[in-house]
Design a protein around this ligand. Structure first.
Ligand code: PLP
Length: 379
């Protein structure tokens, strides 16, 4: 059996090792330290000067944003149905109700038209509006922000951008992470850069981020004794992990280039197959192609996305289905959903192919050969 090809493994270099040891040798092991400050400064420089608070996870950053926006029981939050559960879970952490919204066909992100219809419906019925609209830049592809802004601005509702998968992507020439009023990044092990676990909260409003840093470090008041006027959390990123983040961020462009090359390879070599379509950036976006995703129409291709996953698995290659929509998840069976057929189709037909930034030509070739063999066997 050939060595395993993973979907999106961590990609480290000598620099990560060096900075991690520097942090260790300086004895800055404990929660905060110079690498935390530097990681925040470096991220801010890449995000048009937005203020940044690095956190123990992307999920923690989402939770902090919802707390700081005062979202609570009885409130509604519009959430794209097609996402990883963390986006919706954070809404439940504060006791609010997610209203799931279907994808639009082009970006797979939250449908601005369905958001518009829902807001108009609330207004007509004289009901309170959702507290915010959450967007997710799926697989690196930014949502349709211009259209969303037009829709939400008249209602004065903030956009919270879950950009966990999209660091290094661009939307109309601007770095992804600055389109929302607030945004979240993730440095989990499978993301484009990783600190093993970690995340960041991004905002235009500096005071918001200063407050986030306080809540994320147990909400201690700035006095010598332990004084608390708010409920705090233990959500800060450790200095050791921030050292990894500083190093990883320096090779972000190279990692984006490598993942874009993966996408190009797959599309060039497999894109001509009947019934196989690759999820591709629209002309307003430059995707980091965190994952290369294909949809497979079994009636045309002669095989399904599950067949692809099994064929690859038999050759020790990891591939995964696209996210299962939140409105189909048992844990959210009580939640309301607007539309749903587009995200359901993406889930039924979608497969994420190995997309790591350290993938070799030989590894890409193994994936290609396996899929071509499957197609031959079924034709
Ligand atoms: C990875 C991910 C998260 C969660 O980030 P963690 O750092 O693992 O907590 C949230 N939303 C989306 C869309 C993700 O892909």
């Amino acid at each position: 059996m050939k060595p395993r090809i993973y979907l999106s493994p961590p990609h480290m270099s000598a620099l990560e090792r060096q900075l991690l040891l520097d942090a260790f040798d300086s004895n800055w092991i404990a929660p905060l330290g110079p690498f935390v400050d530097q990681f925040e400064t470096d991220l801010s420089a890449r995000l048009a000067g937005r203020a940044v608070c690095v956190t123990s996870s992307g999920t923690a950053a989402l939770h902090l944003i919802l707390i700081l926006l005062g979202v609570g029981p009885g409130d509604e939050v519009l959430v794209p149905s097609l996402t990883f559960a963390a986006t919706a879970n954070a809404v439940r952490y504060v006791g609010a109700d997610p209203i799931f919204v279907d994808s639009e066909a082009e970006t797979w992100a939250i449908s601005p038209e369905l958001v518009k219809e829902y807001l108009a419906e609330c207004q007509r019925a004289g009901r309170s509006l959702p507290k915010l609209v959450m967007t997710v830049d799926l697989y690196g592809q930014p949502a349709n922000y211009e259209r969303l802004r037009q829709v939400v601005e008249p209602f004065g509702i903030p956009i919270v951008q879950d950009a966990a998968e999209a660091l290094g992507s661009f939307y109309r020439g601007e770095p992804v992470g600055v389109q929302g009023d607030y945004a979240v990044l993730s440095f989990n092990g499978n993301k484009i850069i990783t600190t093993s676990g970690g995340g960041a909260l991004v905002a235009r409003d500096v005071e918001f981020v200063v407050h986030a840093r306080k809540l994320a470090s147990q909400a201690r008041e700035p006095v010598p004794h332990y004084e608390h006027t708010e409920i705090g959390y233990n959500y800060r990123l450790s200095n050791l992990l921030a050292a990894l983040g500083v190093a990883q961020l320096r090779s972000l462009e190279a990692k984006v280039a490598a993942r874009r090359a993966n996408h190009e390879f797959y599309e060039k070599n497999l894109g001509g197959m009947r019934g196989v379509e690759f999820f591709r950036e629209p002309d307003f976006a430059r995707s980091n192609y965190w994952l290369t995703v294909a949809t497979i129409d079994p009636s045309k291709a002669g095989f399904s996305r599950d067949d692809v996953i099994s064929a690859l698995s038999a050759l020790n290659i990891e591939a995964r289905p696209t996210w299962k929509p939140m409105h189909l998840q048992p844990v959210f069976s009580q939640a309301r959903v607007l539309g749903g057929v587009i995200s359901e189709r993406i889930f039924r037909e979608g497969v994420c192919l190995p997309s790591g930034s350290a993938m070799t030509d030989a590894e890409r070739g193994r994936v290609e050969a396996a899929i071509l063999a499957l197609a031959r066997a079924r034709s």
